[in-house]
Structure formats: structure tokens, C-alpha cells
Design a protein around this ligand. Structure first.
Ligand code: SF4
Length: 309
């Protein structure tokens, strides 16, 4: 594969956890180098918190910290805008505002940004967005389309393998707890991964509500809410409906303050019956000890209920 001298920076936050294969393979096929910011740590969170307005959610603060970590490390930093995937398939408004907001925060730097737009209701789909990325980097539609097709195939294969792994885990013996949250919260090493690691150390198998076949989950989400309009929340709702009979408890894991989660989690606690639910809202002040204490008592409650204590 020929390479050119362009390097694109990918902030390891937000949509990175959904699109890392798609972006990675796309740029690789075009011969564009990528650099990913390091795992979230206290410095990244503090830097992002200092740059964000107080009302911003924890995920956005972390995102800005990652963009800051990439300044000067690459020619462009990728800032995608994702508005919707169609009717009743919206993303949270933070994803709509992402490029404008981030460019404004870093307006006094020399950093260049690369943006694209997914807004199916306005006639711009995912493939259009990738062709636009290619065009901005000087690649014709044929090369960009080829790279996108290969990237999409790799992305679908990886998602299928992850769903398959969840199927295997769901058949394990012992306690199983479903983690229901956005992938950028659940997988972030500084916030959500603390929860996964604690469960594993306690002998509990964590499952993921978001690692399900997406189209199927979107259809199943209607069982819990026919009107929810947020794409990722609907996938999670569908994932809960699909997995609730296979687990001993559900942890709703979110980043403070999250508008979609506030509404959807309320709905879940009212509509999902017969499974203990813990609502864990993480914020920048959350200490690991506080989270661990809540997880410990939740696991004890489940074990007590199931006669295991
Ligand atoms: S869905 Fe919630 S956590 Fe995610 S970006 Fe929007 S407000 Fe933040």
C-alpha cells in the first residue's frame, strides 16, 4: 500500500468506539496514516473539563481532552458530524454540534480539522460522508469508494464477531450482568472499564446491551418504547429486551449529565420487570471507591435474591 504524507488524528473518545474499524481501514486503504490519542487518564479528563462549559456531559469533556492531546501531532484531526440515520434515528445533539463546537474551542491554535456529515434526512448518508473525507484529502471518488467498501466490510465482520462472542458469554454458568450504556462510556478505560474490571474480578460475567445485531435491536426497541428517537438509545433498549431473560441484573451506566439517558433510563426502570437494575451515573468527581461500593452491594443483593449468600 502506497502512503502519502498526511496524518489524521483520531480522538479516542465518543464515536471512535463505534467507528474505529471503519475509520482505521478507510484511511489505511487510502495510504493515510492515523494517530490515535492515548487511553483516557486523569490529565485528559482535567484538560477536557477545563476546556468545556460546566454543563457539558462527561463524555464531551473527555472528548475535548483527547482532541487537545492530538494538537500538533497530526495534519488533521477528524471531527465527524452525525445528525441522523433517517426518521426517528437521531443522534444526541452533541454529535450534531461536534465539529463547530470543537473548532470554536480550539480556534486559537494552528490545528487543521477534517469534517464530514451524516444527515440522511438531508440526503447525506454514511458513504457520502466517507467520499467527502476522501475528496478533502485529495482522493477521487473511485479510490474513496473502494476504501469505504473495504472498511465497511471489515467493520461489519468485526461487529458480527463481537456479537457472536456475546452469544457465547450469555451461555456461561454463574452470575451474568448486562451493562447498558453508550460504548464510549462502557469501554472508556478511565470510567466504564472500571465497572467491567470490577465485575470480572468478582466472578461475574459482564454482557453488553449495545453489542447486538443493530437492525434487530432497533426493531426490538419498539417493545419498550415506540417513540424513542435516539439511534444508540434504541439499540441499547433493543439489546436490553433481547438479553433481559439471560442475565441476573442490569447496570445502566451513563455519563453525567446526559439528556437521552435521563429519559431512557427512567423508561427502562419502569418497563423492565423482574430483573434488578442499578443506575450508575458517572461524573468527573466519581471516585473508584464509590463505584465499587455500589457494585459490591448490587452483586450482594442479586446473590441474596438467588439464594447464593
Ligand atoms: S448521549 Fe449523553 S453521554 Fe452521549 S454525548 Fe449525548 S449527552 Fe453526552
Amino acid at each position: 500500500m502506497e502512503t502519502n504524507n498526511i496524518t489524521v488524528g483520531l480522538p479516542r473518545a465518543m464515536l471512535y468506539y463505534r467507528y474505529r474499524i471503519l475509520w482505521g481501514v478507510f484511511f489505511q486503504e487510502l495510504g493515510v496514516k492515523t494517530v490515535v490519542s492515548g487511553p483516557t487518564d486523569r490529565d485528559i479528563l482535567e484538560q477536557g473539563s477545563a476546556l468545556a462549559i460546566d454543563e457539558a456531559c462527561l463524555s464531551l469533556k473527555i472528548y475535548l481532552g483527547h482532541v487537545h492531546a492530538l494538537l500538533g501531532q497530526c495534519d488533521y484531526i477528524l471531527l465527524p458530524r452525525v445528525s441522523n440515520f433517517g426518521h426517528h434515528r437521531n443522534m444526541c445533539t452533541r454529535f450534531e454540534a461536534m465539529p463547530d463546537l470543537t473548532k470554536n474551542v480550539f480556534r486559537d491554535t494552528q490545528q487543521k480539522f477534517l469534517t464530514c456529515n451524516i444527515d440522511v434526512l438531508a440526503g447525506e448518508d454514511e458513504e457520502d460522508a466517507f467520499l467527502s473525507l476522501g475528496r478533502q484529502l485529495g482522493f477521487g471518488p473511485k479510490a474513496a469508494k473502494r476504501a469505504y467498501k473495504l472498511a465497511k466490510k471489515a467493520d461489519q465482520a468485526q461487529h458480527k464477531a463481537r456479537v457472536q462472542k456475546q452469544e457465547e458469554l450469555s451461555r456461561r454458568e454463574g452470575l451474568k450482568i448486562l451493562l447498558a450504556g453508550h460504548s464510549y462510556v462502557v469501554e472508556d478505560p478511565y470510567i466504564g472499564k472500571v465497572v467491567t474490571d470490577y465485575l470480572k474480578a468478582a466472578g461475574v460475567t459482564p454482557l453488553r446491551a449495545d453489542l447486538v445485531e443493530r437492525e434487530h435491536a432497533l426493531k426490538r426497541s419498539r417493545e419498550l418504547s415506540p417513540t424513542c428517537k435516539w439511534e444508540i438509545s434504541r439499540e441499547i433498549l433493543g439489546g436490553i429486551d433481547l438479553r433481559k431473560g439471560q442475565v441476573d441484573g442490569i447496570i445502566l451506566i451513563g455519563a453525567f449529565p446526559c439528556g437521552p439517558d435521563a429519559m431512557v433510563n427512567e423508561l427502562i426502570t419502569r418497563r423492565v420487570r423482574g430483573v434488578p437494575i442499578l443506575n450508575l451515573v458517572l461524573d468527573s468527581q466519581t471516585g473508584t471507591a464509590g463505584v465499587e461500593t455500589r457494585l459490591e452491594s448490587f452483586i450482594d443483593i442479586i446473590r441474596l435474591k438467588e439464594g447464593m449468600l
